[in-house]
Design a protein. Sequence first.
Length: 115
Amino acid sequence: MNTPPSATKACRSAVRAEASLVLCLRSETPNFTPDVEAAAERIKQTSERVLALSKENGLIWLEAYEKMLDGVLKLEEDTAKDLSSDWVEKFVSTQADSISATSQAYLGAFKDRLK
């Protein structure tokens, strides 16, 4: 593939400009030594903050999901009661209890992990 001469010229100009900037910065700050330990500490603090916020947001999301699920299950049970059919009411109640117990165990494990 052939690169157009104008693109090649533009790339060379950009490289030269960057090289000039580097030389300029070096000459203006001859004693410049990057503080690697300070940068590493800032990265560590930022990572810890991101992790803490992620855990906090995860707990909030799990609690909201749990409340929503409880509301749906209550709606199912109330709807089954309104049908005036004993077997449907019993079936939906058993299903709701099963889903509730399973979700409490599952969501509880996640919450414990995030605390």
